[in-house]
Design a protein around this ligand. Structure first.
Ligand code: AKG
Ligand code: FE2
Length: 321
């Protein structure tokens, strides 16, 4: 019998693009990726090449941290700071305009900058729990790996948009990017709220691992919710609002959510790890002239905004500041 919560049919499932094509036929990779983004706002990348040991170590440490007693975990919560670093406890974040909070807790790792760097005023120091050995090394290793892969993927997006392959490099190389280690605990029967309410990501692109545990859905152009069911180990990538805005919606930022598990998976936790790749804080987001046409007039005339100001506005909306 059809399950009304899982609406994907095979014809509409996102076809994975293999990262091996990146080296053998970059243009073909860029085109396939670009087509998927234009169609769904999402792409699925197989064979991403991230070191499994790096991913595994970070994930094990995150699981160990989330298993600590609540009062210990809460020592790493800094209320009112945008949740930029450390723990955001269960029951704090809510999707923009949502009535209920999301059924999740998460840990944020950000970029580390040398003493005296001008961007330090935008980036707080990371927090590192002393209870989990190796946490700092493993989590920052994962941050660095995701940051590099994200910049590599942006080269393909730039190729697809015909901007010059290194277009994004000097705009994101010190971006205010965030690695989010997410924990969705088991959902008790009759729980109110959802794991993650419908939202769009704020940033440039998001790289997501761990979405093979069911629940992630995107809202298709016709309003239908489609399951995103990546093959094991694949990377899900989506366009965020900042890139949608820069490209005048040529690349769409698509609404997505994580629905609660089916009864047979309700006693399982879900762990996923989005990396939110951001622009450098002082990059000004202003419609690219090449993305404006008669059919697609500039949607943001006179609305140039610095990446950091855009982020602050949006964090207020999701109750993080
Ligand atoms: O957990 C997931 O699969 C997606 C999470 C997500 O969309 C987010 O944290 O922005
Ligand atoms: Fe998201």
């Amino acid at each position: 019998m059809a399950d009304s919560l899982s609406s994907t049919d095979a014809r509409r499932a996102i076809e994975p693009v293999s990262m091996t094509l990146y080296d053998t036929d970059f243009q073909a990779f860029a085109d396939r990726l670009g087509r998927s983004f234009k169609r769904y706002g999402f792409a699925v990348i197989a064979d991403h090449g991230l070191d499994e040991a790096v991913i595994g170590a970070a994930l094990d440490d995150a699981k160990a941290f989330f298993a600590l007693p609540e009062d210990v975990k809460r020592r790493y919560h800094q209320p009112g700071t945008g949740g930029a670093r450390g723990l955001t406890p269960f029951g704090v974040e809510a999707a923009k305009g949502a009535a209920t909070v999301d059924l999740k807790e998460f840990w944020h790792v950000g970029r580390e900058l040398p003493e005296g760097h001008p961007y330090r005023k935008y980036m707080r120091d990371n927090l590192w729990p002393t209870e989990v050995e190796g946490f700092r090394e493993h989590l920052y290793g994962m941050f660095t790996a995701m940051d590099e892969l994200g910049r590599k993927i942006l080269r393909a997006i730039a190729r697809h948009l015909e901007l010059g392959d290194d277009f994004f490099e000097d705009k994101v190389q010190l971006g205010n990017s965030i690695l989010r280690m997410l924990h969705y605990p088991p959902v008790p029967a009759g729980a109110s709220g959802v794991r993650a309410g419908a939202h769009e990501d704020i940033n440039v692109i998001t790289l997501l691992l761990g979405a093979e545990e069911a629940g992630l859905q995107l809202k298709d152009a016709d309003g239908e919710w489609l399951d995103i069911a990546p093959p094991p180990g694949a990377l899900v990538v989506n366009i965020g609002d900042m890139l949608q805005r820069l490209t005048n919606h040529v690349l769409p930022s698509t609404s997505h959510r994580v629905i609660n598990p089916a009864p047979e998976r309700a006693s399982f936790a879900r762990y996923s790890t989005p990396f939110f790749l951001h622009f450098n804080p002082d990059f000004v987001i202003e419609t690219l002239p090449a993305m404006v046409s008669d059919e697609n007039p500039d949607r943001y005339v006179g609305k140039a905004i610095m990446a950091e100001d855009f982020l602050t506005e949006r964090l207020k909306e999701i109750r993080l500041i």
